[in-house]
Design a protein around this ligand. Sequence first.
Ligand code: CP
Length: 304
Amino acid sequence: MRTRRSLIDLSDLAAGEIDEIFERTKYFESTRPSRSLEDVACVNMFFEHSTRTMTSFTLAEQRLGANVITIWPSQSSLAKGETIEDTAITLGAMGIQVLVIRHPEDGFPARVALAFDGHVVNAGDGTHAHPTQALLDLYTLREEFGELNGRTVAIVGDVEHSRVARSSVHGLQALGADVVLVGPAGFLASDFMPGKARIERDFDAVLRVADAVVVLRIQRERFATMPLSNDEYVARYQLNGKRLKTMRPHAIVMHPGPYNRGVEIDESVLEFAGWRYAKQVMHGVGIRMAVLDFLVNRDRAVAR
Ligand code: CP
């Protein structure tokens, strides 16, 4: 019987487990590298481009003392017709215990988790989920505000194609925040995640009340035609110097990256005192250490 846990989306974690991961993150960020994955082999397989997630998972694994292997999908036996399930079985037979997977197809990591006798960590699948990005975003918000109860977090832009938005809405709701999604109809249908978040079209109105604004990139790789002109998008939804001045004095701005200057943000955002992008990236390593340690070592403690 398979007993090992995977992390496919944030809904796989109870609120208390998110707190446990945050405690581990705090510990890993404040101590020297740990060896808690010393006898563990991890494989990273990224079928889509990545800078932040791939680098931080690699650093996290190295800092925990794991054996780290990168498989480039185009150079693997997948190119010779092997299925991903058979690849997973093969890696498991070699003693690989952790598979970190990014893929453009929704549900791909969950499929692999069914075949793999180890832990699968979803590093982003299509428009479905990006749980470790959501965790590091929640951690950044908790560090800023403490409890999120009563805080208003706005997620702005191409919400429809954003796996980060989907995972973050689950997590923000679980931690008690008031979530507002903002964007044009072409990037945010009125029935998007009903019952989970409010939908607004007027970015300027939301900016005046939000405690935190998460700005999203337009995911041009996921659709064929822009639903509105670039100029219209910039006029209605770009966060710029003029709009920053209308925000509450304590409000912060976040972005999962990569950001596109001149599109969803202008240069003044990068100089804004409340810009928290670097903190998000920094926490990405600690969060991924905590998730790996949580999945592998909690599982080992239960199996003992
Ligand atoms: N935020 C994020 O997933 O960035 P990468 O695509 O660079 O990993």
